[in-house]
Design a binder for this molecule. Structure first.
Ligand code: ZN
Length: 491
Protein backbone atom coordinates (compact mmCIF):
# COMPACT_ATOMS: atom_id res chain seq x y z
CA UNK A 1 0.00 0.00 0.00
CA UNK A 2 1.36 3.44 -0.82
CA UNK A 3 1.07 6.15 1.78
CA UNK A 4 0.90 9.85 1.18
CA UNK A 5 1.18 11.37 4.61
CA UNK A 6 0.45 15.08 4.52
CA UNK A 7 1.03 17.34 7.52
CA UNK A 8 -0.03 20.91 8.12
CA UNK A 9 3.11 23.02 8.37
CA UNK A 10 2.65 26.13 10.54
CA UNK A 11 5.46 27.83 8.60
CA UNK A 12 4.00 27.42 5.09
CA UNK A 13 0.40 27.45 6.46
CA UNK A 14 -0.62 24.61 4.15
CA UNK A 15 -0.79 20.82 4.30
CA UNK A 16 2.35 19.45 2.71
CA UNK A 17 3.34 15.93 1.65
CA UNK A 18 5.74 14.58 4.26
CA UNK A 19 9.19 13.79 2.85
CA UNK A 20 11.98 13.19 5.34
CA UNK A 21 15.40 14.77 4.82
CA UNK A 22 17.10 11.38 5.12
CA UNK A 23 15.47 8.41 3.42
CA UNK A 24 13.79 6.12 5.94
CA UNK A 25 14.70 8.21 8.99
CA UNK A 26 12.84 10.99 10.78
CA UNK A 27 14.13 13.46 13.36
CA UNK A 28 11.40 14.92 15.56
CA UNK A 29 11.77 17.46 18.38
CA UNK A 30 8.88 18.33 20.67
CA UNK A 31 8.97 20.94 23.42
CA UNK A 32 8.53 19.00 26.62
CA UNK A 33 7.29 19.92 30.08
CA UNK A 34 8.55 22.59 32.41
CA UNK A 35 8.92 20.62 35.59
CA UNK A 36 7.85 22.85 38.46
CA UNK A 37 4.31 21.56 38.94
CA UNK A 38 1.93 18.69 38.22
CA UNK A 39 0.92 17.90 34.66
CA UNK A 40 -2.58 19.01 33.62
CA UNK A 41 -4.81 18.59 30.59
CA UNK A 42 -2.69 21.13 28.70
CA UNK A 43 0.31 18.78 29.04
CA UNK A 44 -1.67 15.75 27.92
CA UNK A 45 -2.62 17.20 24.53
CA UNK A 46 0.85 17.76 22.97
CA UNK A 47 2.10 14.51 24.53
CA UNK A 48 -0.79 12.56 22.94
CA UNK A 49 -0.72 14.46 19.62
CA UNK A 50 2.97 13.78 19.03
CA UNK A 51 2.60 10.24 20.39
CA UNK A 52 0.16 9.62 17.52
CA UNK A 53 2.62 11.07 15.00
CA UNK A 54 5.50 9.05 16.55
CA UNK A 55 3.42 5.84 16.41
CA UNK A 56 2.25 6.48 12.84
CA UNK A 57 5.71 7.33 11.45
CA UNK A 58 7.07 4.14 13.02
CA UNK A 59 4.11 2.18 11.67
CA UNK A 60 4.93 3.48 8.18
CA UNK A 61 8.41 2.00 8.60
CA UNK A 62 10.47 5.10 9.50
CA UNK A 63 13.22 4.91 12.06
CA UNK A 64 12.26 7.86 14.27
CA UNK A 65 14.50 9.70 16.69
CA UNK A 66 12.05 11.52 18.94
CA UNK A 67 13.58 14.13 21.25
CA UNK A 68 11.40 15.69 23.97
CA UNK A 69 13.24 18.04 26.28
CA UNK A 70 12.83 18.71 29.97
CA UNK A 71 12.81 22.42 30.78
CA UNK A 72 14.44 22.55 34.19
CA UNK A 73 16.16 25.92 33.96
CA UNK A 74 15.60 29.26 32.31
CA UNK A 75 11.80 29.38 32.32
CA UNK A 76 11.09 32.84 33.65
CA UNK A 77 7.83 34.01 35.14
CA UNK A 78 5.87 35.48 32.24
CA UNK A 79 3.67 37.72 34.37
CA UNK A 80 6.25 39.48 36.40
CA UNK A 81 9.37 38.69 34.35
CA UNK A 82 11.24 39.18 37.59
CA UNK A 83 14.16 37.24 36.20
CA UNK A 84 13.61 34.31 38.52
CA UNK A 85 13.53 30.85 37.04
CA UNK A 86 10.27 28.95 37.77
CA UNK A 87 12.03 25.83 39.01
CA UNK A 88 14.31 27.90 41.21
CA UNK A 89 11.34 29.84 42.58
CA UNK A 90 9.51 26.61 43.48
CA UNK A 91 12.68 25.27 45.11
CA UNK A 92 13.08 28.45 47.16
CA UNK A 93 9.42 28.46 48.24
CA UNK A 94 9.42 24.77 49.19
CA UNK A 95 12.97 24.75 50.56
CA UNK A 96 14.09 22.03 48.19
CA UNK A 97 17.19 21.56 46.08
CA UNK A 98 16.16 22.61 42.51
CA UNK A 99 16.99 19.12 41.22
CA UNK A 100 14.61 17.68 43.86
CA UNK A 101 11.83 19.82 42.39
CA UNK A 102 12.76 18.66 38.89
CA UNK A 103 12.90 14.96 39.83
CA UNK A 104 9.69 15.10 41.87
CA UNK A 105 7.60 16.56 39.04
CA UNK A 106 9.39 14.63 36.32
CA UNK A 107 8.58 11.34 38.06
CA UNK A 108 4.93 12.38 38.33
CA UNK A 109 4.91 13.49 34.68
CA UNK A 110 6.29 10.10 33.62
CA UNK A 111 3.64 8.29 35.70
CA UNK A 112 0.90 10.38 34.06
CA UNK A 113 2.29 9.75 30.56
CA UNK A 114 2.49 6.02 31.22
CA UNK A 115 -1.12 5.99 32.41
CA UNK A 116 -2.12 7.81 29.20
CA UNK A 117 -0.22 5.14 27.20
CA UNK A 118 2.12 7.77 25.74
CA UNK A 119 5.28 6.08 24.45
CA UNK A 120 8.60 7.30 25.84
CA UNK A 121 10.62 9.48 23.47
CA UNK A 122 14.02 8.29 22.20
CA UNK A 123 15.93 10.99 24.10
CA UNK A 124 14.74 13.20 26.96
CA UNK A 125 17.50 15.78 27.45
CA UNK A 126 17.52 18.21 30.37
CA UNK A 127 18.27 21.87 29.70
CA UNK A 128 20.40 21.97 32.86
CA UNK A 129 22.55 19.14 31.46
CA UNK A 130 23.43 21.18 28.36
CA UNK A 131 24.77 24.46 29.76
CA UNK A 132 28.14 24.11 27.99
CA UNK A 133 26.45 23.55 24.63
CA UNK A 134 24.17 26.53 25.23
CA UNK A 135 27.14 28.76 26.02
CA UNK A 136 28.82 27.63 22.76
CA UNK A 137 25.59 28.37 20.89
CA UNK A 138 25.47 31.91 22.33
CA UNK A 139 29.06 32.45 21.19
CA UNK A 140 28.03 31.57 17.62
CA UNK A 141 25.15 34.07 17.74
CA UNK A 142 27.48 36.75 19.14
CA UNK A 143 29.94 36.05 16.29
CA UNK A 144 27.16 36.50 13.74
CA UNK A 145 26.52 39.97 15.20
CA UNK A 146 22.88 39.34 16.17
CA UNK A 147 23.43 39.46 19.92
CA UNK A 148 25.06 41.79 22.43
CA UNK A 149 26.27 41.70 25.99
CA UNK A 150 24.77 44.04 28.52
CA UNK A 151 25.64 44.09 32.21
CA UNK A 152 26.60 40.39 32.30
CA UNK A 153 23.54 39.25 30.33
CA UNK A 154 23.40 38.49 26.61
CA UNK A 155 20.41 39.51 24.49
CA UNK A 156 19.33 38.61 20.99
CA UNK A 157 19.16 41.78 18.84
CA UNK A 158 15.75 41.37 17.17
CA UNK A 159 15.65 44.64 15.13
CA UNK A 160 19.16 44.01 13.76
CA UNK A 161 18.29 40.43 12.84
CA UNK A 162 15.06 41.64 11.23
CA UNK A 163 17.04 43.85 8.83
CA UNK A 164 18.52 40.71 7.26
CA UNK A 165 15.97 37.98 7.99
CA UNK A 166 12.22 38.16 8.55
CA UNK A 167 11.54 37.97 12.30
CA UNK A 168 7.91 36.89 12.71
CA UNK A 169 7.64 34.59 9.69
CA UNK A 170 6.21 31.72 11.76
CA UNK A 171 3.63 33.76 13.66
CA UNK A 172 2.89 36.13 10.77
CA UNK A 173 3.59 39.18 12.94
CA UNK A 174 5.69 42.17 11.98
CA UNK A 175 8.00 43.87 14.39
CA UNK A 176 6.35 47.31 14.33
CA UNK A 177 3.13 45.77 15.69
CA UNK A 178 5.10 43.73 18.19
CA UNK A 179 6.89 46.82 19.53
CA UNK A 180 3.65 48.74 20.02
CA UNK A 181 2.16 45.76 21.87
CA UNK A 182 5.08 45.38 24.28
CA UNK A 183 4.75 46.52 27.85
CA UNK A 184 7.64 47.99 29.78
CA UNK A 185 9.08 45.17 31.85
CA UNK A 186 11.76 44.72 34.42
CA UNK A 187 15.24 44.36 32.96
CA UNK A 188 14.22 46.54 30.01
CA UNK A 189 16.97 49.11 30.63
CA UNK A 190 19.56 46.45 29.73
CA UNK A 191 17.95 45.82 26.34
CA UNK A 192 18.33 47.89 23.19
CA UNK A 193 14.78 47.00 22.11
CA UNK A 194 11.84 45.67 24.13
CA UNK A 195 11.65 42.77 21.63
CA UNK A 196 15.16 41.57 22.41
CA UNK A 197 15.16 38.33 24.37
CA UNK A 198 17.66 36.87 26.80
CA UNK A 199 20.16 34.25 25.66
CA UNK A 200 21.99 34.45 28.98
CA UNK A 201 20.82 36.08 32.20
CA UNK A 202 23.12 37.21 34.96
CA UNK A 203 21.82 35.67 38.19
CA UNK A 204 20.90 37.99 41.04
CA UNK A 205 22.70 37.05 44.30
CA UNK A 206 19.57 35.40 45.76
CA UNK A 207 19.13 33.10 42.75
CA UNK A 208 20.07 29.51 43.45
CA UNK A 209 20.53 28.12 39.91
CA UNK A 210 23.54 29.55 38.15
CA UNK A 211 26.55 28.48 36.17
CA UNK A 212 29.79 30.21 35.16
CA UNK A 213 30.00 31.69 31.67
CA UNK A 214 32.24 34.18 29.84
CA UNK A 215 29.67 36.89 30.68
CA UNK A 216 28.57 36.23 34.27
CA UNK A 217 27.44 33.65 36.79
CA UNK A 218 23.98 33.07 35.43
CA UNK A 219 21.65 30.84 33.47
CA UNK A 220 20.51 30.44 29.85
CA UNK A 221 17.32 31.93 28.43
CA UNK A 222 14.48 29.49 27.89
CA UNK A 223 14.31 29.64 24.07
CA UNK A 224 17.93 28.64 23.74
CA UNK A 225 17.73 25.08 25.04
CA UNK A 226 15.54 23.85 22.19
CA UNK A 227 17.76 25.29 19.44
CA UNK A 228 20.83 23.86 21.16
CA UNK A 229 19.51 20.39 21.98
CA UNK A 230 17.70 20.07 18.64
CA UNK A 231 20.99 20.68 16.84
CA UNK A 232 22.94 18.41 19.18
CA UNK A 233 20.67 15.36 18.81
CA UNK A 234 19.05 15.84 15.39
CA UNK A 235 21.59 17.84 13.41
CA UNK A 236 21.63 21.32 11.87
CA UNK A 237 18.47 20.57 9.92
CA UNK A 238 15.82 18.12 10.99
CA UNK A 239 12.33 17.10 9.92
CA UNK A 240 9.73 17.96 12.55
CA UNK A 241 9.50 20.42 15.43
CA UNK A 242 6.33 20.29 17.44
CA UNK A 243 4.62 21.78 20.44
CA UNK A 244 1.48 23.47 21.63
CA UNK A 245 0.14 26.50 19.75
CA UNK A 246 0.92 28.64 22.81
CA UNK A 247 4.63 28.06 22.06
CA UNK A 248 4.45 29.32 18.48
CA UNK A 249 5.14 32.87 19.65
CA UNK A 250 7.50 33.87 21.08
CA UNK A 251 9.23 30.54 21.84
CA UNK A 252 9.37 28.98 18.36
CA UNK A 253 9.77 32.32 16.60
CA UNK A 254 12.82 32.95 18.79
CA UNK A 255 14.13 29.44 18.08
CA UNK A 256 14.01 30.14 14.34
CA UNK A 257 15.89 33.43 14.81
CA UNK A 258 18.51 31.73 16.98
CA UNK A 259 19.20 28.92 14.53
CA UNK A 260 19.33 31.24 11.53
CA UNK A 261 21.72 33.51 13.47
CA UNK A 262 23.96 30.66 14.64
CA UNK A 263 23.87 28.39 11.61
CA UNK A 264 22.98 30.75 8.77
CA UNK A 265 19.87 28.75 7.87
CA UNK A 266 16.61 27.34 9.24
CA UNK A 267 16.81 24.16 11.29
CA UNK A 268 13.29 22.81 10.89
CA UNK A 269 11.37 21.56 7.83
CA UNK A 270 7.89 21.01 9.34
CA UNK A 271 6.56 23.06 12.26
CA UNK A 272 3.57 21.31 13.79
CA UNK A 273 1.36 22.74 16.54
CA UNK A 274 -1.50 21.25 18.48
CA UNK A 275 -4.34 23.57 19.44
CA UNK A 276 -5.32 24.39 23.01
CA UNK A 277 -7.76 22.99 25.53
CA UNK A 278 -10.30 25.22 27.21
CA UNK A 279 -12.31 24.35 30.30
CA UNK A 280 -15.98 25.14 29.88
CA UNK A 281 -15.08 27.79 27.32
CA UNK A 282 -12.36 29.42 29.41
CA UNK A 283 -8.61 29.29 29.05
CA UNK A 284 -6.94 27.22 31.73
CA UNK A 285 -5.26 29.49 34.21
CA UNK A 286 -4.67 30.21 37.83
CA UNK A 287 -6.89 33.29 37.65
CA UNK A 288 -9.89 31.16 36.54
CA UNK A 289 -9.31 28.61 39.29
CA UNK A 290 -9.79 25.85 36.71
CA UNK A 291 -6.40 24.22 36.77
CA UNK A 292 -7.16 20.50 36.94
CA UNK A 293 -4.16 18.20 37.14
CA UNK A 294 -4.17 14.83 35.38
CA UNK A 295 -3.98 13.12 38.75
CA UNK A 296 -7.18 14.95 39.77
CA UNK A 297 -8.90 13.78 36.59
CA UNK A 298 -7.87 10.19 37.35
CA UNK A 299 -9.19 10.38 40.94
CA UNK A 300 -12.08 12.81 40.43
CA UNK A 301 -10.72 14.90 43.30
CA UNK A 302 -11.51 18.45 42.10
CA UNK A 303 -14.60 20.62 42.70
CA UNK A 304 -15.18 21.00 38.93
CA UNK A 305 -15.26 17.23 38.37
CA UNK A 306 -18.47 15.22 38.76
CA UNK A 307 -16.59 11.90 38.73
CA UNK A 308 -13.18 10.32 38.10
CA UNK A 309 -12.13 9.82 34.47
CA UNK A 310 -9.75 7.02 33.55
CA UNK A 311 -6.56 7.90 31.64
CA UNK A 312 -7.94 6.10 28.57
CA UNK A 313 -11.05 8.30 28.62
CA UNK A 314 -8.83 11.40 28.70
CA UNK A 315 -6.77 10.03 25.81
CA UNK A 316 -9.84 9.12 23.77
CA UNK A 317 -11.47 12.49 24.50
CA UNK A 318 -8.40 14.29 23.13
CA UNK A 319 -8.27 12.05 20.02
CA UNK A 320 -11.94 12.64 19.23
CA UNK A 321 -10.95 16.14 18.08
CA UNK A 322 -8.47 16.90 15.33
CA UNK A 323 -5.22 18.11 16.90
CA UNK A 324 -5.54 21.50 15.18
CA UNK A 325 -9.03 22.17 16.58
CA UNK A 326 -9.65 23.52 20.02
CA UNK A 327 -11.05 21.11 22.56
CA UNK A 328 -13.42 22.24 25.25
CA UNK A 329 -13.50 20.21 28.41
CA UNK A 330 -16.73 19.69 30.28
CA UNK A 331 -18.07 16.84 32.40
CA UNK A 332 -20.74 16.19 29.75
CA UNK A 333 -18.13 15.94 26.98
CA UNK A 334 -15.94 13.56 29.00
CA UNK A 335 -18.92 11.41 29.98
CA UNK A 336 -19.85 11.14 26.30
CA UNK A 337 -16.26 10.08 25.54
CA UNK A 338 -16.42 7.50 28.30
CA UNK A 339 -19.55 5.94 26.78
CA UNK A 340 -18.13 6.03 23.26
CA UNK A 341 -14.89 4.40 24.36
CA UNK A 342 -16.80 1.73 26.27
CA UNK A 343 -18.75 0.92 23.09
CA UNK A 344 -15.56 0.50 21.09
CA UNK A 345 -13.82 -1.64 23.68
CA UNK A 346 -16.95 -3.81 24.06
CA UNK A 347 -16.99 -4.24 20.29
CA UNK A 348 -13.29 -5.12 20.36
CA UNK A 349 -13.97 -7.90 22.89
CA UNK A 350 -16.96 -9.22 20.94
CA UNK A 351 -14.83 -9.26 17.81
CA UNK A 352 -12.37 -11.63 19.47
CA UNK A 353 -15.14 -14.17 20.17
CA UNK A 354 -16.96 -14.12 16.82
CA UNK A 355 -17.05 -17.35 14.86
CA UNK A 356 -16.63 -17.26 11.09
CA UNK A 357 -19.43 -18.24 8.74
CA UNK A 358 -18.86 -19.74 5.32
CA UNK A 359 -19.93 -16.51 3.65
CA UNK A 360 -20.61 -12.97 4.82
CA UNK A 361 -24.26 -11.98 4.63
CA UNK A 362 -23.36 -8.29 4.56
CA UNK A 363 -20.87 -6.28 2.54
CA UNK A 364 -17.95 -5.07 4.68
CA UNK A 365 -16.48 -1.80 3.30
CA UNK A 366 -12.70 -1.36 3.10
CA UNK A 367 -12.32 0.40 6.45
CA UNK A 368 -8.57 -0.24 6.58
CA UNK A 369 -7.89 1.87 3.48
CA UNK A 370 -10.32 4.52 4.75
CA UNK A 371 -8.49 4.71 8.09
CA UNK A 372 -5.08 5.00 6.41
CA UNK A 373 -6.45 7.82 4.26
CA UNK A 374 -7.67 9.59 7.41
CA UNK A 375 -4.29 9.21 9.15
CA UNK A 376 -2.48 10.39 5.99
CA UNK A 377 -4.71 13.47 5.95
CA UNK A 378 -2.84 15.35 8.69
CA UNK A 379 -3.57 12.71 11.36
CA UNK A 380 -7.35 12.91 11.21
CA UNK A 381 -8.03 10.81 14.32
CA UNK A 382 -11.74 11.80 14.63
CA UNK A 383 -12.27 10.34 11.15
CA UNK A 384 -10.47 7.12 12.13
CA UNK A 385 -12.76 6.86 15.17
CA UNK A 386 -15.81 7.43 12.99
CA UNK A 387 -14.75 4.54 10.68
CA UNK A 388 -14.24 2.31 13.73
CA UNK A 389 -17.80 3.10 14.85
CA UNK A 390 -19.14 2.21 11.40
CA UNK A 391 -17.27 -1.10 11.57
CA UNK A 392 -18.65 -1.63 15.10
CA UNK A 393 -22.22 -1.64 13.78
CA UNK A 394 -21.42 -4.63 11.56
CA UNK A 395 -19.50 -6.42 14.31
CA UNK A 396 -22.32 -5.94 16.83
CA UNK A 397 -24.87 -7.22 14.29
CA UNK A 398 -22.70 -10.29 13.82
CA UNK A 399 -22.48 -10.68 17.57
CA UNK A 400 -26.26 -10.66 18.04
CA UNK A 401 -26.63 -13.06 15.11
CA UNK A 402 -28.47 -10.77 12.69
CA UNK A 403 -25.62 -10.95 10.15
CA UNK A 404 -22.81 -13.45 9.54
CA UNK A 405 -19.19 -12.73 8.62
CA UNK A 406 -16.74 -14.83 6.63
CA UNK A 407 -13.37 -15.73 8.06
CA UNK A 408 -11.73 -13.32 5.60
CA UNK A 409 -13.93 -10.40 6.71
CA UNK A 410 -13.39 -11.27 10.37
CA UNK A 411 -9.62 -11.26 9.86
CA UNK A 412 -9.80 -7.84 8.20
CA UNK A 413 -11.97 -6.39 10.98
CA UNK A 414 -9.62 -7.75 13.66
CA UNK A 415 -6.68 -6.26 11.79
CA UNK A 416 -8.53 -2.92 11.57
CA UNK A 417 -9.09 -2.77 15.33
CA UNK A 418 -5.61 -4.04 16.20
CA UNK A 419 -3.82 -1.53 13.97
CA UNK A 420 -5.98 1.54 14.45
CA UNK A 421 -7.62 1.30 17.87
CA UNK A 422 -4.83 -0.48 19.73
CA UNK A 423 -1.53 0.36 17.98
CA UNK A 424 -2.10 3.80 16.47
CA UNK A 425 -4.72 5.46 18.67
CA UNK A 426 -2.99 3.68 21.54
CA UNK A 427 -6.19 2.69 23.35
CA UNK A 428 -5.29 0.21 26.02
CA UNK A 429 -8.09 -2.36 26.33
CA UNK A 430 -6.34 -5.02 28.35
CA UNK A 431 -4.57 -3.39 31.25
CA UNK A 432 -7.15 -1.19 32.89
CA UNK A 433 -8.65 -2.24 36.17
CA UNK A 434 -12.12 -1.85 34.73
CA UNK A 435 -11.33 -4.62 32.27
CA UNK A 436 -10.06 -6.92 35.00
CA UNK A 437 -13.26 -6.44 36.98
CA UNK A 438 -15.43 -6.91 33.89
CA UNK A 439 -13.66 -10.15 32.94
CA UNK A 440 -14.15 -11.39 36.51
CA UNK A 441 -17.85 -10.55 36.25
CA UNK A 442 -18.02 -12.34 32.92
CA UNK A 443 -16.42 -15.51 34.29
CA UNK A 444 -18.73 -15.41 37.29
CA UNK A 445 -21.78 -15.13 35.04
CA UNK A 446 -20.75 -18.19 32.99
CA UNK A 447 -20.07 -20.16 36.17
CA UNK A 448 -23.55 -19.22 37.39
CA UNK A 449 -25.08 -20.58 34.16
CA UNK A 450 -23.16 -23.82 34.72
CA UNK A 451 -24.61 -24.12 38.19
CA UNK A 452 -28.16 -23.55 36.91
CA UNK A 453 -27.55 -26.22 34.27
CA UNK A 454 -26.27 -28.66 36.89
CA UNK A 455 -29.38 -28.13 39.03
CA UNK A 456 -31.61 -28.52 35.97
CA UNK A 457 -29.94 -31.85 35.16
CA UNK A 458 -30.32 -33.02 38.75
CA UNK A 459 -34.06 -32.33 38.44
CA UNK A 460 -34.10 -34.04 35.02
CA UNK A 461 -35.05 -30.71 33.43
CA UNK A 462 -33.35 -31.64 30.13
CA UNK A 463 -34.91 -28.77 28.20
CA UNK A 464 -33.22 -26.12 30.38
CA UNK A 465 -29.96 -28.02 30.55
CA UNK A 466 -29.77 -28.44 26.74
CA UNK A 467 -30.86 -24.85 26.13
CA UNK A 468 -27.96 -23.50 28.20
CA UNK A 469 -25.43 -25.83 26.51
CA UNK A 470 -26.68 -25.07 22.97
CA UNK A 471 -26.96 -21.30 23.40
CA UNK A 472 -23.49 -21.09 24.97
CA UNK A 473 -22.21 -23.27 22.13
CA UNK A 474 -23.65 -20.85 19.59
CA UNK A 475 -21.86 -17.98 21.37
CA UNK A 476 -18.53 -19.78 20.97
CA UNK A 477 -18.27 -21.69 24.25
CA UNK A 478 -17.23 -25.31 24.57
CA UNK A 479 -19.21 -26.95 27.36
CA UNK A 480 -18.02 -30.42 28.36
CA UNK A 481 -19.52 -32.81 30.89
CA UNK A 482 -16.70 -34.60 32.66
CA UNK A 483 -16.54 -37.00 35.59
CA UNK A 484 -15.55 -34.08 37.80
CA UNK A 485 -18.42 -31.89 36.71
CA UNK A 486 -18.66 -29.33 33.92
CA UNK A 487 -15.78 -27.61 32.19
CA UNK A 488 -16.14 -24.64 29.90
CA UNK A 489 -13.80 -22.74 27.62
CA UNK A 490 -14.01 -20.37 24.67
CA UNK A 491 -13.30 -21.89 21.28
ZN1 ZN B 1 11.02 24.43 23.14
Amino acid sequence: MTHNLTLYNSLSRIKQPFKPIHEGRVGMYVCGPTVYGDAHLGHARPAITFDILFRYLQHLGYKVRYVRNITDVGHLEHDADDGEDKVAKKARLEQLEPMEVVQLYLNRYHDDMKALNVLSPSIEPHASGHIIEQIEYIKKILESGYAYESNGSVYFDVPKYNQDHPYGKLSGRNIEDMISATRALDGQEEKRSPLDFALWKKAAPEHIMHWPSPWSEGFPGWHLECSTMGEKYLGETFDIHGGGLDLLFPHHECEIAQSVAAQGHDAVKYWIHNNMITIEGKKMGKSYNNFITLEQFFTGDHPLLEQAYSPMVIRFFILQAHYRSTVDFSNAALQASEKALQKLTDTYRRLQNLLPAEKSTVEVPDYITACYEAMDDDLNTPMVISHLFDASKIINSASDGSVRLSSEDLTKLRHLFDVFLINLLGVNVSNDSENTSSSKAYEGAVDLLMEIRKNAKAQKDWATSDLIRDKLGALGFDVKDTKNGVEWSIR
